[in-house]
Design a protein around this ligand. Structure first.
Ligand SMILES: [Zn+2]
Length: 420
């Protein structure tokens, strides 16, 4: 792939030509950020006919799911990071991506006879929609649902279809569990597959309590394709190490040991010859496993994803300075509070706003006071001392971006608080 990139991509010829010529180890190669990918897209792709503007025009056009130049699957990510990215897969790369997903699903017992269905984004520009469309084509006919449809519509369709497996966002598992507990939804899935948002323990517990269902997380990056999937031990994401090279590094791009939390994940694709991604930066805070998985699969696992770097919140530190706290550390005060339906964090210059949508008929004031107190205690444990914590009642947390994901952290200004 390195040689191909240098031979066929003007950008890589300039940036890594000399490194490839002397056979330098991958660790010496420059990394590629999403911003750099977008800025240099036209020179990174190995087909000179492909242009970023043209890809964007195609995605904004009437038929974004059609092939561009009769050859390329193009997709976009609104991204959890809020920065738009685009991607192009040639025919072989797209088949490899779908084959990867089929293989992953086989690991958790899904085959072409399984009543498996997805509830993801509504937009065909998004990769989850496109993968879903491919998988629907090889399975018993399932209703086409998306998270932006009325919950009633989704509930009815699920009651009729009775899926064995549902693939959706972790935040939507909560909605489905709520429907089931209220008696409106009556399904018995054995497996929930999640994707796109960070999966937390409380969602696994919720699925186990509601349906006795296992939650298996999957790991898909729009730019690279499906990269990892949990087996039925549901204890970390097995990685497609035959299709990608994965490196966990610290903030200075030095490798970190298995079992140690990294600052980012670097991914190098071995299958997409049209858009070679070499040491592409993914801002997930991941920790690799230290032990092989008992399932016996020969590929390594990501033990945990703590979330995205963009979900880092910055607070004043006791005794001076600032301290960065990952928003996931503040989840438990919210998920353990009774009456909370959805929540979202928004940094304030002097503290934190917590938007909360409550269940009807609960004591909003009392719960808000309790949340403020428990969040403050959680922050004090890591020496963070915001002057203000504001709990704000909202009707609902809106989904955002083309992926219609539910964001854990939203920022009002363009400048992210964790950026220097
Ligand atoms: Zn396993």
């Amino acid at each position: 792939m390195l040689r191909h990139a240098v031979d066929s991509s003007p950008h890589y010829r300039d940036t890594i030509g000399a490194l490839v010529a002397r056979g330098a180890p991958l660790a010496e190669f420059p990394t590629l950020t999403k911003r750099a990918l977008m800025e240099n897209f036209d020179r990174i792709v190995t087909d000179a006919r492909l242009r970023r503007r043209q890809v964007e025009r195609h995605l904004d056009g009437d038929n974004p799911a059609s092939l561009l130049l009769d050859e390329y699957r193009v997709m976009a990510t609104g991204g959890t990071t809020g920065e738009r990215g685009i991607t192009a897969f040639d025919g072989a790369a797209w088949l490899a991506a779908i084959a990867n997903m089929v293989r992953f699903q086989k690991i958790v017992g899904i085959d072409e006879t399984t009543r498996s269905m997805a509830v993801f984004a509504s937009s065909p520009v998004h990769i989850s929609y496109r993968i879903g469309a491919e998988l629907r084509a090889i399975r018993p006919a399932a209703p086409g649902l998306n998270v932006l449809m009325p919950t009633e519509t989704i509930t009815q369709a699920l009651n009729i279809y009775q899926p064995e497996v549902i693939s959706t966002y972790p935040s939507f598992v909560r909605i489905l569990a709520e429907e089931q507990q209220a008696g409106r939804l009556r399904i018995k899935p054995r497996l929930i597959r999640t994707s796109a948002e960070t999966l937390t323990q409380d969602v696994r517990e919720l699925a186990a309590a509601t349906w006795q269902a296992t939650v298996a997380n999957s790991y898909v990056c729009t730019e690279a394709g499906p990269m990892g999937h949990e087996c039925l031990y549901a204890d970390g994401l097995h990685l497609a190490e035959d299709a990608f090279v994965f490196e966990v590094v610290d903030a200075d791009h030095r490798p970190v040991r298995n079992g140690t939390e990294g600052a980012k994940l670097l991914v190098t694709t071995l299958t997409n010859r049209t858009l070679p991604l070499l040491r592409y930066e993914i801002s997930d805070v991941v920790t690799m496993a230290t032990e092989p998985c008992p399932c016996g699969l020969p590929v390594w696992r990501i033990a945990s994803i703590a979330g995205r770097r963009e979900e880092m919140l910055r607070f004043a530190k006791r005794g001076g300075g600032t301290v960065d706290v990952h928003a996931h550390r503040l989840r438990s005060p919210l998920t353990s509070a009774e009456g909370v339906r959805q929540f979202q964090f928004a940094p304030l210059p002097d503290g934190l706003e917590i938007k909360v949508s409550f269940f009807r008929g609960v004591d909003v004031e009392a719960i808000s006071r309790k949340i403020e107190l428990t969040v403050r205690v959680a922050l004090e444990a890591v020496h963070a001392q915001p002057s203000r914590i504001l709990v704000k009642e909202v009707d609902a947390i809106e989904r955002s971006g083309s992926g219609a994901k539910e964001r854990l952290v939203v920022v009002a200004s363009a400048q992210h608080p964790a950026e220097k």
